[in-house]
Design a binder for this molecule. Sequence first.
Ligand code: FE2
Length: 453
Amino acid sequence: MTDVSPLTEAPNPVRELSDEALRSRAAGALERARARSTALTAAVDDDDLVRQHSKLMSPLVWDLAHIGSQEELWLVRDVGGREPLRPDIDDLYDAFQHPRASRPSLPLLGPAEARAYVAEVRAKAFDVLERAPMTGRPLTEAGFAFGMITQHEQQHDETMLATHQLRKGDPVLHAPAPPAARSGPLPGEVFVPAGPFVMGTSLEPWALDNERPAHEVEVDAFHLDTVPVTNGAYVEFLEDGGYDRRELWSAAGWAYRTEHDITAPRFWRREPDGWWRVRFGVHEPVPADQPVVHVSYYEAEAYAAWAGKRLPTEAEWEKAARFDPATRESRRYPWGNDDPTPEHANLGQRHLSPAPAGAYPKGASALGVHQLIGDVWEWTSTDFAGYPGFRAFPYREYSEVFFGPEYKVLRGGSFGTDAAAVRGTFRNWDYPIRRQIFAGFRCARDAAPGERA
Ligand SMILES: [Fe+2]
């Protein structure tokens, strides 16, 4: 009989921080988010800020004031117990009251008013943070509410970045190109042996309700692509008639593909000399070595069928990302338990595109899988649902109302996701038809029976 150490969640360094260190972590994260919101909204003129660039998106000025409104509700009023600043606008910026398409017709705050409002809220929120207890009720434990509001702002920043991608006109956003591939040749797939691992978290202080609690999940042996599917590989599927071969598509996927006449990833166009794309206003040849982005779940599913594979389940993705077979611990991130740095992953809009496959060798997981965090969100085959023992917190509308078969889980974050808003346990969800988000995918396949030992 072998002595097997228990399965655990890796120790979490954030839990060791003093109250002062937690406050400064929260303040730094809030400031980083605000610098980004400011840059995204300062890049265009007032006309552009109030315009709806796509029916799929809100006007940028709605996102900005909505960021302030949520911050006022949770940090100023709830945690701080302060008087409301603008109770009259609560309803306008309630995402559940007004679908995106209807938001331009609301009597929204104008750009100058919205900027003044978010600044006033932020000053009060910082005042609350200075005095806020870091223990006591769950909302304030280790600064949770500040972490939740930081992630909320960063999520809207990513949404605003997607609005920029949909916007017509000359480029207004600029950033250096991502690093080149530097890992050397990588195997096409990584083998993940059968066995249980700890999925989800009960230790990450700023983890959201849907990531909790930690629980053991049994996963069969499988193979996972070492890197996300690249544009070069995707073009082969395209050129092999992938969009015209009914047998590669699910019924729902085929209906969607034909109804909307989808023939390539969004923002792509065929030119005499090959495939080109528009990326934040820049027209450029599609780079073969970068992960494909702006594909729906249905396109990902069809590609996987063409490749003789399938999409990974959410549990497979997380095991490949977090599980260290040597220690039997589930890490916070693929590379370990330390927060992401620019050496680990392409996050935070430092670059305006995914990085080539092999660009982040230091970000590889214990099992040897690359670029799980950053670059592109990865579609999984799993419907969004609560883990065993799920409890809605701090409100049902955060995630519980989205549980069900209409949403697929995406993992890992994109180049447009901030480090504060993604981790090994983080779960995103969206409709399988969505293409304006920064989503790509990687494929998996079952291990052969002989490989399961
Ligand atoms: Fe929101």
